[in-house]
Design a protein around this ligand. Structure first.
Ligand code: GUN
Length: 290
């Protein structure tokens, strides 16, 4: 068995650091960070994610405000709520849980969030800052992946990292962040030819494809590091990742489990962004869009 990267333990350490920094902010007389969480509709998975985000807020001393809207909410109504939250002094971070109902244009909603309060780092302004190495708020799951590697003492610089998946939430930004750490990055996707051969050359594989057990033992080089961003539900109800954990674990040098790997890190980095957004508000002027 290779080294098991414990996302629960690492995320707990990060949340404790945030709790400490939030206390320092409060001691200075600054208002605490506060996260407005917006959930539209009744998607059960989204309800679980939102509940976990609120729990993490409680743990770290970040205030959370909850806005649970019916499935029938119109785009205009949602935009109007975002506008109100953008202008509220007591709200330092805004998160609109995705996916939104089909009749709402998600891109228009994400574009409406003030960049300085965009703790998901989904706004094109923040994505642009990330692409030129100037990010203050960073995308949570990709940042979680980087922190997992760094805090497990896995060197990124000079490594060949193969990212599987090119989504705006994970695949594209994790590639940018790995590049910023001086990795050599290859991004594979559904139209990539010879995906098995490319993965076999990887020192680090980041699987974010959304297909259960997509990465099989024959795609993994001896000693590679395997980071699994996938969260798939099997027919028997069990959760599993994009990597065939059982058959890959002994080939790799380090591997993340699902659950308990990248998942808890996403929420920890969200809390970190909430803290950063509140700090940026205190030093207003330094950040366009705050
Ligand atoms: N839905 C699934 N993952 C995420 C996320 O990281 N942020 C938001 N807002 N919605 C999501």
């Amino acid at each position: 068995m290779s080294f098991l990267i414990d996302g629960k333990e690492i995320s707990l350490a990060i949340k404790n650091e945030i709790l400490h920094d939030v206390s320092l902010l409060k001691e200075k007389g600054c208002p605490p960070p506060s996260l407005a969480v917006v959930l539209v509709g009744n998607d059960p998975a989204s309800q679980v994610y939102v509940k976990n985000k609120k729990k993490a807020c409680e743990f770290t001393g970040i205030e959370s405000l909850s806005f649970e809207l019916p499935e029938t909410t119109s785009q205009l109504e949602l935009l109007s709520l975002i506008h109100e939250l953008n202008n509220r002094e007591d709200v330092t971070g805004i998160l609109v849980q995705l996916p939104l109902p089909k009749h709402i244009d998600s891109q228009a909603i994400l574009l409406a969030i003030k960049p300085g309060k965009d703790v998901d780092c989904f706004h094109p302004y923040n994505v642009g800052l990330l692409s030129v190495g100037q990010a203050t708020l960073k995308p949570c799951t990709p940042w979680g992946v980087i922190e997992l590697l760094k805090r497990s003492n896995i060197t990124i610089e000079g490594k060949h990292c193969v990212v599987i998946g090119r989504s705006n939430i994970v695949g594209k930004p994790v590639g940018l962040m790995l590049l910023a750490e001086n990795a050599t990055v290859t991004t594979c996707h559904s139209k990539t030819k010879n995906i098995k051969e490319i993965c076999k050359q990887a020192d680090i594989i980041i699987a974010a494809v959304g297909i259960a057990h997509f990465v099989t033992a024959d795609m993994v080089k001896e000693g590679a590091v395997l980071i699994d961003v996938g969260m798939n539900r099997l027919e028997n109800g069990k959760l599993c990742g994009d990597i065939d954990f059982e058959n890959c674990k002994d080939i790799s040098s380090a591997i993340t489990p699902v659950p308990g790997g990248v998942g808890p890190m996403t929420i920890a980095m969200l809390m970190k962004n909430c803290l950063t957004a509140a700090e940026m508000k205190e030093s207003r002027g330094a950040f366009f869009g705050s």
